[in-house]
Each structure stands twice: as structure tokens, then as C-alpha cells.
Design a binder for this molecule. Structure first.
Ligand SMILES: NC(=O)C1=CN([C@@H]2O[C@H](COP(=O)(O)OP(=O)(O)OC[C@H]3O[C@@H](n4cnc5c(N)ncnc54)[C@H](OP(=O)(O)O)[C@@H]3O)[C@@H](O)[C@H]2O)C=CC1
Ligand SMILES: CC(=O)N[C@@H](CCC(=O)OP(=O)(O)O)C(=O)O
Length: 344
């Protein structure tokens, strides 16, 4: 297979390259840029010397159409202008940005403050939460890869909502991310001397992943709800830990909650139901495509604390994108993704 990466110089692009390099079906990787055409990739990233010395390629439809699969790992508002002319030209398309996730275009405009993609293209895109949408992904020519936070949140709460074990009408979600979630473009908020030794909240009640999580709850459980969702920046590079709080349906036990999660994911290699709270942490998944989930019932309040942990750049971005590619091409989901977590 030939794989093309748009936005190869970004964090998501570099992670795509790291995993595709290990993918036994991928023979060629084209690295595309909007700003550095002709630059030798290893001159920009010396850690890839003797591995990827090839020049960065110009973004052109005819060049992209030569690939079997094209990933876009670009800021929002970019793939919506590139992918529409590539649909039906050959490559399977996988977008890591939010451009094709929200089916309601007005909602995209409100939350992303960008011009939405054409309606007919958004309609044919398939939401790539692999564990929940495999049948549709198999047939998809355009995948909207989920956001990093929604991946951690949805994988941990969807089984409990679908099985009516928790009350979806009052969900409070408190999520924390490492700084690589903000991409490679420096900003005041990600400046080392301001982000390190600090812990901050951002986009309070205004995060663009709110409508995505609500849409997915509706899509996979048929329940319409609104959520409270807030995000925090943690002075570490990788990782997301999302904690959701929900009222448990009367009579539901700890065992029922754990059994529901275990049963849902028993045939899904990248979701692990963790039994011990001490084993929950971002370093348990770092560099890997795992999503670890954990649930604990507080019998005093009848509320459950539900946790999802991922590496934002892997299961939250490049890893899940390649998992989706594997499903689209009829390959085992783990192909190219079997790296164990770094831990330290
Ligand atoms: N970082 C994360 O943890 C996650 C990110 N995402 C989403 O994935 C996408 C990529 O994220 P990330 O890799 O972190 O972002 P980065 O900022 O690290 O990289 C984005 C890349 O896109 C390219 N780019 C920028 N502007 C344009 C343009 N106008 N046209 C074409 N290419 C452009 C740039 O490369 P060049 O200048 O070479 O073209 C840049 O290196 C974003 O939409 C992000 O929201 C999703 C989940 C997790
Ligand atoms: C730490 C940090 O800033 N994270 C980013 C991650 C969002 C993202 O990747 O955006 P889309 O998924 O919508 O494309 C944020 O909170 O906006």
C-alpha cells in the first residue's frame, strides 16, 4: 500500500509516520507539506536521518490521488478544502481534524468558528470510533477520526449509557491533557515557562468536543443529552485522563458496571478494563494505542466515577486513524500498532 500524509511535519503526522513505518502492508509513505516543499524530511527532523531523507512533497490533487490512503493531520478548516476533490478519485481518506465529524454544519461553524465542509461530503463521512462503528468503517471512503478527548470519554461511558446503568441526563466530565494535544505551533499557553509547574483550565464550557461527544452519544445509544465538559492542561507531553461522574440507575452494583465494560470490550484488543485504581495513569498507555478504562461506584452517593485514559497522539489521533485504515482495508486491527506502552 502507498500512504500519503498531509501535515506530515506536525505532531499527528510524525506519529502517523512512526506507526506506518512499522506497518507490514505499507510500502511507501508520501510526506506532503503546505509550507516546506522540497525540504529533506531528515533535515527538518534529524532523528529521521537515514530513515526518511526524502523531500517534502507539494500538496496537489493529482499527486495525492496516486495513493491508496491519504491522511490529513492538519488544523481545522484545511481538510474541508482538500478532501472534497479527492473523494471518488481512488484513495481512502482519513481526517484527523474536526472538519467532517459534526453532521450539523451550523454546529461546526458555531464551535470551530470556521467555514464547514460541503454538506454532501460531511454526509458521506463515517465517524471513526473504531470499537463502536466497525461495520460502517469497513465500507467508508472518508473517515472522520474522533477527537482526542471524545475518544477517552466515549469509550469509557458509552457502554454504561447504552445498557442504561447510568443516567445520561446529568453527565459531568472533567478531562486533562498533555501539551502535545495543542500541536507543534508554539503559543503563550504552551510556552514552557508558563505551562510547566502549572495546571490550568481552558475553553470553559466552550470546548469544540462538546457537540462531538453529544452527537456520538445520540448516534450510538439513541439518547439525546447535553453534557458538562471541561478541559485542563497538565505539564506533561503526552496523555489524556478523562473523568466522568454520573448518577447510577437504582440498584446497580459495582460488579454490574465492571461486567458491562468487560463484556462490551472482550473482543476489542485496544480497550483494557482496569481492575485496580493504582494501575490507572497516562504512563500506562503512553506511546501505545490502548485506551484503559476504570469505573468505581460510590455507594454513599450512588454516583459512579468513570475514567478513560489514552495517549492523545496515538489512540487519540494517529493510532486510531491507522486502526481505522486497517478496518477499511480488511486487515487485522492491530497491524502496525502493536507497540507496548513506554511506561517510563
Ligand atoms: N495533537 C493531538 O493530540 C491531536 C490532534 N488532533 C487534530 O489533528 C490535527 C493535527 O494536529 P497536530 O498534528 O497536533 O497539529 P500540528 O500543528 O502539530 O500540525 C499540523 C500540520 O498541518 C500543516 N498545515 C498547517 N496549515 C496548513 C494548511 N493551511 N494547509 C495544509 N497543511 C497545513 C502543517 O504542516 P506544513 O506547514 O508542513 O504543511 C502542520 O505541521 C488538528 O486538526 C488537531 O486538532 C486530533 C487529535 C489529537
Ligand atoms: C491540549 C489541547 O489544546 N488540546 C486540543 C485538542 C483538540 C484537538 O485536537 O482538536 P480537534 O480534535 O477538534 O481537531 C484542544 O483542547 O483544543
Amino acid at each position: 500500500m502507498k500512504a500519503g500524509i498531509i501535515g506530515a511535519t506536525g505532531y499527528g503526522g510524525l506519529e502517523l509516520l512512526r506507526f506506518l513505518h512499522n506497518h507490514k502492508e505499507v510500502e511507501e509513505i508520501g510526506l506532503f507539506t503546505s509550507s516546506e516543499v522540497g525540504t529533506q524530511f531528515s533535515d527538518k527532523f534529524p532523528h529521521l536521518t537515514d530513515i526518511y531523507d526524502q523531500p517534502l512533497l507539494k500538496l496537489e490533487d493529482d499527486a495525492l490521488a496516486e495513493y491508496d490512503v491519504v491522511f490529513a493531520s492538519t488544523p481545522s478548516g484545511v481538510s474541508s478544502t482538500i478532501f472534497p476533490s479527492l473523494v471518488e478519485r481512488g484513495p481512502k481518506l482519513i481526517d484527523l481534524s474536526g472538519d467532517f465529524r459534526l453532521k450539523n454544519l451550523a454546529s461546526y461553524e458555531t464551535w470551530y468558528k470556521k467555514t464547514p465542509a460541503p454538506q454532501e461530503i460531511v454526509e458521506r463521512s463515517v465517524y471513526g470510533l473504531t470499537e463502536w462503528n466497525e461495520r460502517a468503517i469497513e465500507k467508508a471512503d472518508l473517515i472522520a477520526n474522533p477527537g482526542c478527548y471524545p475518544t477517552a470519554v466515549l469509550l469509557s461511558i458509552l457502554p454504561l449509557i447504552k445498557n442504561r446503568l447510568i443516567d445520561p441526563s446529568f453527565l459531568v466530565i472533567d478531562a486533562k491533557s498533555g501539551i502535545s494535544g495543542a500541536g507543534n505551533k508554539p503559543s503563550q499557553a504552551t510556552h514552557f515557562s508558563e505551562a510547566n509547574e502549572s495546571f490550568s483550565i481552558y475553553k470553559i464550557n466552550e470546548h469544540q468536543h462538546i457537540p462531538e461527544i453529544e452527537q456520538a452519544i445520540s448516534m450510538f445509544t439513541d439518547i439525546e443529552t447535553t453534557i458538562t465538559f471541561n478541559t485542563h492542561l497538565v505539564p506533561m507531553i503526552r496523555g489524556i485522563l478523562a473523568t466522568s461522574y454520573a448518577q447510577v440507575t437504582d440498584g446497580v452494583t459495582q460488579k454490574q458496571l465492571v461486567d458491562c465494560l468487560s463484556e462490551t470490550y472482550k473482543n476489542h484488543p485496544f480497550v483494557r478494563v482496569i481492575q485496580e485504581a493504582s494501575a490507572v495513569g497516562t504512563n500506562r498507555v503512553k506511546g501505545s494505542n490502548y485506551c484503559d478504562i476504570y469505573v468505581k461506584l460510590d455507594e454513599r452517593t450512588n454516583r459512579a466515577t468513570i475514567i478513560g485514559v489514552i495517549d492523545n497522539l496515538v489512540k487519540g489521533a494517529a493510532g486510531q486513524a491507522i486502526q481505522n485504515m486497517n478496518v477499511q482495508f480488511g486487515l487485522p486491527q492491530q497491524t502496525g500498532l502493536q507497540l507496548v506502552p513506554y511506561f517510563i
